[in-house]
Design a protein around this ligand. Structure first.
Ligand SMILES: [Fe+2]
Ligand SMILES: [Fe+2]
Length: 402
């Protein structure tokens, strides 16, 4: 739910603002002064608007405006100053110069509604992310490989040279080519083999997938868990896809990339994200719910924007974007994207229940496993078999990759 921060030492004012906000669909945090407001802001929630009185004990609304814009520049455009009818000329000049929104007391419901509506409408997730998250660039070698794959006359030899220029990428591609995702094919010993056996399109996806590992900096316990979760979901997605005769490799890659947004958010704001991950574990609430509360957006949106920047195939970006909102598919999501997305969502629900990528199993955190199983038409018997086989294979695969 969208939130407001109200800073005023007059309880009558905060009460009425809280009430108006409630009526307009906002939840409010109230603070009588800067100290308490600072605590709310340190709780790292995203506020749709901040209402602040001009005259406060020991400080004033203009100083608070400066502090808040320093803490989170997005809030400068979401700040509303509440003032008395008569104002000092100097103060009025400053407010104008800084283009701060103003609501004069006594105000009514319409004044508050208009102030909220003037703030770029509802929060536009895309621009919010672009304003506040730094999306990493495709690593250089990967960019070169992707460019080569995009050219018509590229040969296996060209691609091999480009891949082998990076020894860690070479190792990771070989590892992936020989992992259980592709093991139903022949053994792959060299990069030339990998390219000819897997084909250009798969090499492209594998390159993208292994390159996301470079986003994990620094590589600590949380990063390890996030990586483990992606691996698990990848493996489970492949198994589920095989069961319903859908593209197994594509599903494995989508699984590996489905939570890449978490890595970006984590590398942007490691302390905030660690705190968030702890509350997911302790309070048993899904990541995307806590993220939206804290950042104003979730990892699925960040991941799909990264996909746009890195040139993921559309089907992949689509599956990433909707993997937590599959219940509200709209007309934009149909056919293959829908199926891939449901596969990844089911694999995600399974891994979460089993605690893969978490400290312990999370049966309380139901991501809609039963419903997804039904939508994909997998009966209980078959699903039980897939799940228990997956648990076994995962332990083996984990050793290779961790
Ligand atoms: Fe996710
Ligand atoms: Fe996930």
């Amino acid at each position: 739910m969208a939130r407001l921060l109200i800073i005023d030492d007059d309880p009558d004012i905060t009460e009425i603002l809280d009430l108006y906000g409630d009526f307009l669909g906002y939840e409010a945090d109230v603070a009588p002064g800067w100290q308490e407001a600072g605590k709310h802001l340190a709780g790292k929630r995203f506020y749709s608007a901040v209402f602040c009185d001009l005259t406060l004990q020991g400080t004033n609304g203009l100083q608070i405006f400066e502090k808040i814009s320093g803490l989170d520049p997005r809030l400068a455009g979401r700040f509303v100053l509440l003032t008395g009818a008569v104002m000092d000329e100097g103060v009025e000049r400053q407010i104008k110069a800084k283009k701060i929104r103003l609501v004069k007391k006594p105000f009514n419901f319409e004044d508050i509604k208009a102030a909220l509506q003037s703030m770029e409408g509802p929060v536009d997730t895309r621009s919010l992310i672009l304003q506040s998250a730094k999306l990493p660039a495709v690593p250089l070698v990967a960019a070169k490989i992707l460019a080569l794959i995009g050219q018509e006359n590229t040969t296996i030899e060209d691609l091999k040279d480009a891949i082998m220029a990076d020894s860690s990428l070479t190792t990771r591609i070989l590892q992936m080519a020989n992992s259980v995702f592709f093991r139903f094919r022949q053994n792959v010993d060299t990069i030339s083999d990998a390219v000819s056996v897997l084909g250009f399109n798969t090499i492209r996806s594998v390159t993208l997938a292994v390159s996301t590992r470079d986003i994990y900096r620094p590589f600590g316990l949380l990063e390890e868990k996030l990586w483990e979760h992606n691996l698990g979901v990848s493996l489970a997605s492949g198994a589920i896809a095989a069961e319903i005769r859908s593209g197994r490799e594509e599903a494995a890659i989508a699984g590996l990339l489905h939570d890449t947004g978490k890595l970006v958010m984590n590398s942007n704001q490691p302390e905030r994200y660690l705190f968030l991950a702890q509350s997911v574990q302790e309070e048993k609430v899904p990541f995307h719910t806590v993220e939206t509360e804290v950042f104003g957006f979730g990892h699925a949106e960040v991941g799909s924007l990264l996909g746009e920047k890195w040139g993921f195939p559309d089907i992949l970006s689509g599956a990433i974007l909707y993997h937590h909102s599959w219940k509200s598919f709209d007309k934009a999501v149909q056919g293959d994207v829908r199926e891939l997305c449901l596969i990844v969502a089911l694999a995600d629900a399974l891994c979460t229940r089993l605690g893969i990528g978490y400290k312990s199993p999370m049966p309380e955190l139901d991501l809609g496993e039963k419903e997804l199983q039904r939508l994909l038409k997998i009966d209980d018997g078959r699903y039980g078999e897939i799940a228990s086989k997956f648990k076994e294979t995962f332990l083996n695969e984990k050793m290779h990759f961790m």
